[in-house]
Design a protein around this ligand. Structure first.
Ligand SMILES: Nc1nc2c(ncn2[C@@H]2O[C@H](COP(=O)(O)OP(=O)(O)O)[C@@H](O)[C@H]2O)c(=O)[nH]1
Ligand SMILES: [Mg+2]
Length: 448
């Protein structure tokens, strides 16, 4: 697609609902003509013009600013006009309707970003980063998305793609002389470079997995004996009075969920019924639900009343689920606040949900346990799609290395490398299907 053979799209680019300022964005060959007709104004490129926008009868819709960004130096690579007016939904809808009357088409979700991608202004990783920046739920997620948008991830992928390309050229050079096998020097070079690409892919995969963990929501379940202070801890972490706290054992029965930011982690914390044997049918159901939540969680926080410890059965927690043991009510005991190493090298922390002391230390243990602490460095945002593509590339490259070591066959290696390249090229969108593009851009908001 080029800028010239598309239609012109229009959408409200600001969030739904009333606000002080609202923006209509137009992109495509008719953008400037439509804006000129609506405002009777001449637009200088990249200048802000104060205009009066009118409907077909010449009645004023609103006055505001108009900005024109001529192709190709615009977000979409096409002629783009932005009209800024008051942000009431009726007035915005009236201006949008006028743009549609004059020949624009209502934009689909993500269509501006899609055009930007199709016109080569950004690659697919950057397009995804725009959506991730808009939907970021934590400062860390926003920072990582901003750096992906600036091209940090794309640059690493491009360097890898170039290396793979050179390696394939080197391999294919020997196919031109079918009677000769790859000579010793060349074979050595190829193997060294295969190993180097392998290392790059493995490092990228590690960074991408870390980035994913740093930006995704995790589920943490609070379990423990009745009265250990689970609900008090939830309230302390949420800075809110979410769960009922009493000194009566068995207060919490339903599993309560609250989203809380702890350090860099965004956690869905589930408070549960205290685990004990009981004849109360409702409480029995609560205990069943507590175990069901705990079995699915990314992290279990096992709360113990350190002033009156009661052992509970934890055998039902899957072995792969990390457990942090929280010794609560440290204000009533002699135990020093903060972390210590407990049985089976399990992470333990002493704190007081009542006073809030020791919560910082819990936050850093949570970050470390979920592999999202500061020293587990990642400098860009990532999605599951990226993890999958890199894992596939890693597997294909391992296969290529093995085949080449055994058969020393340039043709086979070249074919294998082509597959690795395809997996890598899906990241930036150099290779993409309509299905994948549709899936990615349809999850964007309208006007972006
Ligand atoms: N002194 C002290 N009391 C606490 C602390 N945390 C909870 N409690 C008290 O312990 C009792 C049980 O607390 P709750 O949060 O309902 O425990 P749950 O049954 O595990 O949810 C309540 O009376 C709380 O006020 C703490 O850190 N220090
Ligand atoms: Mg409770």
């Amino acid at each position: 697609m080029t800028a010239l053979d598309t239609d012109t799209i229009a959408a409200i680019a600001t969030a739904r609902g009333d606000g002080p300022v609202g923006i209509i964005r137009l992109s495509g060959p008719k953008a400037l003509t439509i804006a000129t007709t609506i405002s009777q104004h001449h637009f200088e490129p990249r200048h802000a013009h104060l205009c009066v926008f009118t409907n077909a009868c010449g009645d004023v819709i609103d006055s505001g600013l108009g900005l024109y960004f001529p192709l190709p130096h615009s977000f979409t690579g096409e002629d783009v006009v932005e009209l800024q007016i008051h942000g009431g939904h009726i007035v915005l809808q009236a201006l949008l309707s006028r743009c549609l009357e004059l020949g624009a088409r209502a934009a689909r979700p993500g269509e501006f970003s899609e055009r930007s991608f199709l016109n080569g202004k950004i690659d697919l990783l950057q397009a995804e980063a725009i959506a991730d920046l808009i939907s970021a739920e934590t400062e860390t997620a926003a920072q990582l998305a901003a750096s992906s948008l600036a091209g940090v991830f794309s640059e690493l992928v491009d360097t890898l793609a170039t290396d793979l390309n050179e390696l394939r050229a080197l391999t294919e050079a020997s196919i031109d002389f079918p009677e000769e096998d790859i000579d010793v020097l060349q074979r050595h070079q190829v193997i060294t470079r295969l190993h180097s690409c392998n290392t790059t892919i493995t490092t990228l995969l590690r960074d991408v997995s870390t980035a994913r963990k740093r930006t995704q929501r995790h589920t943490a379940v609070l379990i423990g004996a009745p009265n250990a202070g689970k609900s008090s801890l939830l309230n302390a972490l949420a800075y809110d009075d979410i769960a009922i706290v009493t000194d009566q054992p068995g207060t919490t029965r339903d599993a309560l969920k609250e989203t809380v930011q702890i350090g860099a982690a965004l956690l869905d914390i589930i408070d549960t019924a205290g685990i004990r044997s009981t004849t109360d049918v409702i409480e029995q159901e609560g205990v069943k639900r507590a175990k069901a939540s705990g079995s699915l969680a990314d992290l279990v926080l096992h709360i113990v009343d350190d002033s009156h410890p009661i052992a509970i059965d934890t055998d039902w927690i899957p072995l792969s689920t990390p457990i942090i043991k929280v010794f609560n009510k440290a204000d009533l005991t002699q135990r020093a606040l903060g972390r210590f190493e407990g049985e089976a090298s399990r992470n333990c922390v002493a704190l007081s949900a009542a006073t809030g002391e020791g919560l910082d230390e819990l936050a850093s243990i949570v970050e470390e346990t979920l592999l999202i602490s500061g020293h587990q460095h990642s400098t860009f945002s990532a999605r599951q799609r990226h993890v999958d593509a890199l894992a596939e590339a890693e597997q294909l490259l391992a296969h290529a290395l093995e085949q080449f070591s055994v058969h020393n066959a340039a043709e086979l290696l070249s074919e294998d490398l082509k597959r690795v390249q395809t997996a890598i090229d899906t990241l930036t969108g150099r290779v993409s299907s309509d299905d994948i593009l549709g899936q990615i851009f349809s999850s964007f908001c309208i006007g972006k």
